[in-house]
Design a protein around this ligand. Structure first.
Ligand code: GRF
Length: 201
């Protein structure tokens, strides 16, 4: 059955684009019911409009508190009746209430091979650490940052002249393949979570 997907993004939205293209190409059996963004200037909004995806802007700066914003976001998410929420460069940490309200229904992509290099500037952290291999991880979202059960990972080499931008660019190419693939598996009901482990059926 066709799944309902809602995407949360704060910026450029290239992963969002990869997902909507995979849906349009019939590779993911889903409909993207909304783009929800905390940033009225997010380029992701233009991408949504071009693709005919409804946009919901919850401008974080217009809310009196983080709690008020989170409540509005919670209500907006509930209204989507989505089977899956896709965090695609959503730059805020989801509150516990939201994470607990949608168990195993929120996924994220992180530009590092988790559990290494959580949080911001993951690619820079990888370079500073001196790893030879970097990559990206698609995972379910739990209460801890970049920590839920891992669905897919892809790796790329770190080259000797890499800087943050060049490494980020190489990882992004893999992100754009990995995220639609993980979402496809979810939409085909092929992911079975047992504790920290995700089995692909
Ligand atoms: C990606 O590198 C993603 O892994 C991270 O934020 C970045 C978002 O890029 N979570 P985009 O907005 O999808 O282009």
């Amino acid at each position: 059955m066709t799944k309902r997907i809602a995407v949360l993004a704060s910026g450029r939205g290239s992963n969002f684009q990869a997902v909507i293209e995979a849906i349009a190409a019939g590779r993911i059996l889903a409909v993207c019911v909304a783009l929800i963004t905390d940033n009225p200037n997010a380029y992701a909004i233009e991408r949504a409009e071009k693709a005919g995806v409804p946009v919901l802007v919850l401008d974080y700066t217009l809310f009196p508190s983080k709690g008020a914003y989170e409540h509005a976001l919670f209500v907006a998410m509930q209204q989507q009746k989505a089977d899956l929420f896709v965090l695609a460069g959503y730059m805020r940490i989801l509150g516990t209430a939201i994470v607990q309200a949608f168990p195993q229904k929120i996924v994220n992509i992180h530009p590092a091979l988790l559990p290494s290099f959580t949080g911001l500037h993951a690619q820079q952290q990888a370079l500073q650490y001196g790893v030879r291999v970097a990559g990206c991880t698609v995972h379910f979202v739990d209460e801890n940052l970049d920590c839920g059960p891992i669905i897919l990972q892809k790796c790329v080499p770190v080259l000797k002249d890499d800087d943050e931008d060049s490494l980020a660019e190489r990882i992004l190419i893999e992100e754009h393949k990995c995220y639609p693939e993980a979402i496809r598996l979810f939409c085909e009901d092929r992911l079975k979570i047992t504790g920290r482990n995700v089995r692909i059926r």
